[in-house]
Design a protein around this ligand. Structure first.
Ligand code: MOS
Length: 704
């Protein structure tokens, strides 16, 4: 393996709307998802696994009576903490299931049932009798219990920041906005629920665990499971050929993956198949914590920010810590010389929170951008003018120059496309029949990230064709397609001459499809390998030649702050009698570097806008603190935007190329579409009605 300096790729396929290379497989049903797989021999029929989950939020499992389950026809085994295979490491409390009798949250895995059919496994699970010694629990996030200071916030950011003299600046501010904003619990609901198939075998005299898993990163699953199971990474193979969405919930292995691996350990090599139910996802596969944002903005009479404070309260789980970086965008977005941010957590006896599309930026920018709208009103300024006055010269957080900060270009372009100038300054100015009509705007930002540890392999197949291999995953975003385009341009061939192999941990290592970093990270490695291959072997290589490389770091890039930017414009109509909110127009303009495939990019950005709209109007999980679990645990009670809710949504982007960031000129697009969108909708409802709502979702009762 070589570290290779990369040159900017000359875009030929990049920038075109190549059809999805796996589109036919997907629409004809040939694409197989994790749960559809069995062992590779095609002979051993999988046993079905069903999870028994705890009905108490905290305590001990006193006794598991499996006798009735074992008597049920088809049930082959019941596994609990007394007979489960032992793990060698247990410090990841989310994955270390069935190692002791502790119960850390309601919905935790306390037993596994294996059976010949899924129906028998499910029935068997209902027949397992678990007795608990219950202890008092705490499952409610409140301002008075969110006092724990974590060492860092996701992914490895400072918990608190403090620049300048914030208190003095607030004391002398001519205009002050001081408000508290709340966002609810939200749950990732990809179309395909999580699923894992696993079997144990032998290879070269050593154990080999093979898995199909619905994951955003096959290598990540290997890295988290192998040491816990006492295996070397090359003793675990994970494949994820097709994945029906993730939004972060498949970014890390969750307890059900370990459950499948442990259950498969006991079957003498027979594969085990687990399909997590939609209901179980609400306790087992991560979610976005609720947040409480205390925002203070101090400004002079012209709206120039003198101080910003964003103090966040949210929750984690006693089982495993996850601290959402909710104040992170507040640190770098506007030019105030005095800035303070903090994160405090309630450590609750609840399921483990995790990544959900734009963790941090989504709830944090909702709060900050609604506060900015309130400041615009307080200063009697147009919200776009307010943002123009607070545009920093350098990244306020690091002091580095931004590589390419085009927030104002996004705002101005969007204003023109949206018809912003026609907007009356006063709220509650337009009544159309029974509907108050208003418009709102919000900024969006997301860091541009590249992950380490990405390697690609190029092999010549003869006749001008190439195999390009990297262990990345396409979770439905179009990664297969854009990586094919990147490989084609790096090798200076047609995309139809590239056979792309992904989604197998036997392939060269690749980082997670997360943090909007996938295409940048994997694509840079593919370019490195493609360019090195051409350099070493020329344009007419013999078949079988291969080159493996990863992209070398560019030290010059250390001097720059890389972020993407955007502006979201929304029109809201609020029914004067019912409070119902409709959003007939949503328009996002983005600066995200070069767009590799306009078709798949548009789908990502529009998807992000729709998810932001959904968060703005509907999404809200209700946790019952008496029992500790989320009671709205299906799509009937957890409302996501349906087609009828999504009216005019459009996304566009600025023509640009960020060659300091990646050799493709791209920066990443998976998450920025959701950022700021709920704030734009909230601000539009204020403009429509004059009612300022400071919590999500914007349900009708707020406007009555
Ligand atoms: Mo995304 S929440 O980083 O999968």
């Amino acid at each position: 393996m070589t570290e290779q300096q990369t040159r900017t790729v000359r875009p030929r396929s990049i920038g075109t709307s190549l059809d999805r290379v796996d589109g036919v497989e997907k629409v004809t049903g040939l694409a197989s998802y994790a749960v559809e797989h069995g062992a590779d021999d095609g002979v051993s029929a999988p046993l079905s696994l069903w999870l028994v989950t705890s009905t108490v939020a905290r305590g001990r499992v006193a006794r598991v009576d499996a006798s009735r389950a074992l008597d049920h026809p088809g049930v082959t085994a019941v596994i609990d903490h007394t007979n489960a295979p032992r793990l060698e490491q247990t410090d990841n409390g989310e994955l270390a299931i069935l190692q002791d009798d502790r119960v850390g949250f309601r919905g935790q895995v306390v037993a596994l049932v294996l059976a010949e059919t899924s129906e028998a496994a499910r029935e068997g699970a209902a027949l397992v009798d678990v007795a608990y010694e219950q202890e008092p629990h705490e499952a409610e996030l409140r301002e008075d219990n969110a006092t724990y200071r974590p060492e860092q916030v996701n992914p490895a950011m400072e918990t608190d920041t403090d620049e300048g003299d914030v208190d003095a600046a607030f004391a002398s501010a001519q205009v002050l906005v001081e408000q508290t904003y709340r966002t609810p619990y939200e749950h990732n609901n990809p179309l395909e629920p999580h699923a894992t198939v696993a079997w144990w075998g032998q290879h070269d005299g050593r154990d080999l665990l093979s898995m199909y898993d619905s994951t955003q990163g096959v290598h990540g699953v290997v890295q988290s499971l192998a040491p816990m199971l006492g295996l070397e990474p090359d003793q675990v193979r994970v494949r994820a050929p097709y994945v029906g969405g993730g939004f972060g919930s498949k970014g890390e292995a969750h307890a059900h993956v370990m459950a499948t691996a442990l259950a498969a350990r006991t079957t003498g090599g027979r594969p085990v198949r687990l399909a997590v139910t939609r209901q179980q996802m609400f306790a087992l596969t991560g979610y976005r914590t609720a947040t409480i944002s205390h925002l203070r903005l101090g400004a002079d009479a012209d709206g120039r920010l003198t101080a910003i404070e964003h103090a966040v309260q949210e929750q984690t789980s006693v089982v495993r810590e996850f601290a959402e970086q909710t104040a992170s965008p507040t640190r770098m977005l506007y030019a105030a010389p005095n800035r303070r941010t903090s994160h405090r957590l309630a450590r609750l006896d609840v399921a483990v929170p995790s990544w959900m599309r734009a963790p941090g930026e989504m709830p944090g920018m909702y709060a900050h951008e609604v506060a900015m709208d309130e400041l615009a009103v307080a200063c009697d300024l147009d919200p776009i003018v307010l943002r123009e006055r607070n545009e920093p010269d350098l990244d306020p957080e690091t002091g580095k120059p931004f590589n390419d900060r085009r927030l104002l270009d996004c705002l101005h372009r969007g204003a023109e496309r949206f018809g912003w100038d026609a907007r009356p300054r006063e709220p509650r100015a337009v009544l159309d029949g029974d509907w108050w009509v208003g418009t709102g705007v919000a900024s969006a930002t997301y860091p541009a990230m590249k992950q380490p540890g990405n390697t690609a392999r190029v092999t010549s197949l003869g006749d001008g064709r190439y195999a390009v291999a990297i262990g990345s995953v396409d979770i439905g975003t179009g990664a297969r397609t854009v990586l094919t385009q990147i490989a084609a341009d790096a090798l200076e061939v047609d995309p139809s001459d590239v056979d792309l192999e992904i989604a197998d941990s036997l392939l060269p290592s690749a980082s997670v499809a997360g943090g909007s970093s996938g295409t940048s990270s994997w694509g840079s490695a593919i370019v490195a390998a493609g360019q090195l291959f051409r350099h070493d072997h020329g344009a007419r290589p013999d078949p079988g030649l291969h080159t493996t490389a990863s992209a070398a770091d560019d030290p010059a890039a250390e001097e720059l702050a890389f972020h993407s930017f955007g502006a979201v414009f929304a029109e809201a109509r609020v029914n004067r009698w019912t409070g119902e909110v409709r959003v007939p127009r949503l328009h996002g303009v983005y600066s995200v570097g070069r767009v590799i495939n306009p078709r798949t990019a548009r789908s990502q950005l529009v998807g992000g806008l729709v998810m932001g709209l959904s968060a703005g109007l509907f999404e809200e999980s209700h946790r019952d603190p008496r029992f500790g679990h989320v009671v709205t645990q299906d799509l009937a009670t957890y409302h996501v935007a349906s087609h009828a809710d999504v009216l005019g949504v459009d996304a566009e982007w600025l023509e640009e190329s960020d060659e300091a960031f990646t050799p493709m000129g791209s920066r990443g697009i998976g998450e920025i579409g959701i950022v700021g969108t709920a704030a734009a909708v909230a601000n539009a409802t204020f403009h429509a009605t004059g009612v300022r709502v400071r919590s999500l979702p914007l349900t009708p009762d707020h406007f009555l």
